[in-house]
Write a protein that binds this ligand. Structure first.
Ligand SMILES: [Fe+2]
Length: 383
């Protein structure tokens, strides 16, 4: 009896001790990878002062990078995003996280607690001379980390430039843990310490009381969820269609204004399309969670945004010479062929059970889709 009681007390003590342990509890994961920069994201279990040390190329001694604003380093925080700049294209670097717990932060006395220095990890910056782009893409994971891991295993990630998550990787953002549990932690485990992912919002990432924090934990170049990136001969256009139902739906409580936000993206894209880089891009790939085509009963509220996208974005995509649109959201594999509904480009909607490998180079765009059960769903060249 005494032994059992002692065991229970010891277990309780260990549990409490581990709950209070100072550690990196999420990450590091790489975001906003470019040819001369990358941003490292991670969280600590307690308030701390954290930075990233980088070595490689001309930096024989580790260089220290920390986030600073108006003369103060970011400190007494848990969520970290540290931008590493001054890198050279197509170059390999090593990095590690260093963090000092802050046990007390008084006006005239700061007390540090435990310190952490992680193992060194590697990354390689993008090479702008590289003409091809390849990425693995999945969507609609809805809080299923094991499925994310299974799908990530279908294509060798060493051969791709990055992974793209095309929305609804979580169902709601009500708890801080949701995005980490749903897909970020499995990504860190498998590739994201060394290779970047791009996360494009789905309508479900817009639900829940923490939704406005999403831009603090994933890369948002230019502080936007919609963006464009150029890789060799490819323009990757990432759009953010918003919720699926009208802004006036009672469940949104008057707090959404996606109609105007979609129009803002149209104006932005029209402007971007005038750039030399856009015009020179041989392959123009659009990534957007909700497909710009109605795939269900057009009278149901859930098809409102698809209807709007078909009405406003479809003609714009035709005008700009978009080569392919890749979407998710429907939980069905659908290929809307070029010309099927006035679209001068194919629209591929990826199922929630499948993973896609996209290769884009001067010879065109090829897509292979494999299901979680290893069935080849699609294997086609689209251009
Ligand atoms: Fe969705």
């Amino acid at each position: 009896m005494k032994k059992t009681l002692f065991g229970i007390i010891a277990l309780l003590f260990c549990t409490l001790a581990s709950a209070q342990e100072f550690k990196i509890n999420h990450g590091p994961y790489l975001q906003n990878m470019g040819s001369d920069e990358v941003t490292v994201y991670f969280t600590t279990s307690k308030e701390a002062f954290s930075w990233v040390e980088v070595t490689g190329d001309k930096w024989t001694k580790p260089q220290r990078f920390a986030t600073m604003f108006a003369g103060q380093y970011n400190a007494y925080n848990k969520e970290n995003r540290v931008q590493i700049t001054g890198l050279r294209p197509g170059t390999k670097y090593r990095y590690r996280l260093v963090s000092k717990e802050i046990t007390e932060y008084r006006p005239y006395k700061v007390t540090y607690g435990d310190s952490i220095a992680t193992a060194w990890e590697e990354f390689t910056t993008f090479n702008p001379k590289q003409q091809s782009l390849s990425f693995v893409l999945m969507n609609d994971g809805h809080d299923k980390p094991q499925k994310v891991k299974n799908l990530l295993g279908k294509f060798p990630l060493t051969n791709v430039d990055m992974v793209v998550y095309l929305g609804d990787m979580i169902s709601y953002y009500e708890k801080e843990e949701a995005p980490y549990y749903g897909y970020i932690d499995p990504s860190v485990e498998i590739f994201a310490k060394n290779k970047p992912f791009i996360s494009i919002r789905g309508n479900h990432e817009m639900r829940g009381k923490l939704t406005r924090n999403y831009m603090n934990i994933i890369g948002c170049p230019n502080d936007r969820f919609y963006n464009i990136a150029y890789f060799g001969c490819t323009a990757l256009i990432m759009l953010d269609p918003g919720e699926d139902k009208p802004d006036t739906q009672p469940v949104y409580a008057g707090m959404n204004s996606y109609d105007g936000y979609r129009m803002e993206q149209i104006e932005w894209l029209k402007k971007e399309a005038k750039s030399k880089q856009f015009k020179a891009a041989k392959n123009k790939i659009v990534l957007m969670h909700i497909p710009p085509i109605v795939t269900d009963d057009p009278n149901i509220p859930e098809e409102y945004t698809a209807t709007e996208l078909e009405k406003h974005f479809k003609p714009l995509f035709n005008e700009l010479g978009i080569d392919i649109v890749i979407s998710g959201h429907t939980h069905r594999h659908i290929v809307a062929e070029k010309g099927e509904r006035g679209n001068n480009y194919p629209i591929i909607t990826n199922d929630n059970e499948d993973v896609m490998l996209v290769n884009s180079n001067k010879d065109g765009i090829s897509i292979k889709i494999i299901s979680e059960k290893d069935k080849v769903i699609l294997d086609r060249k689209f251009k």
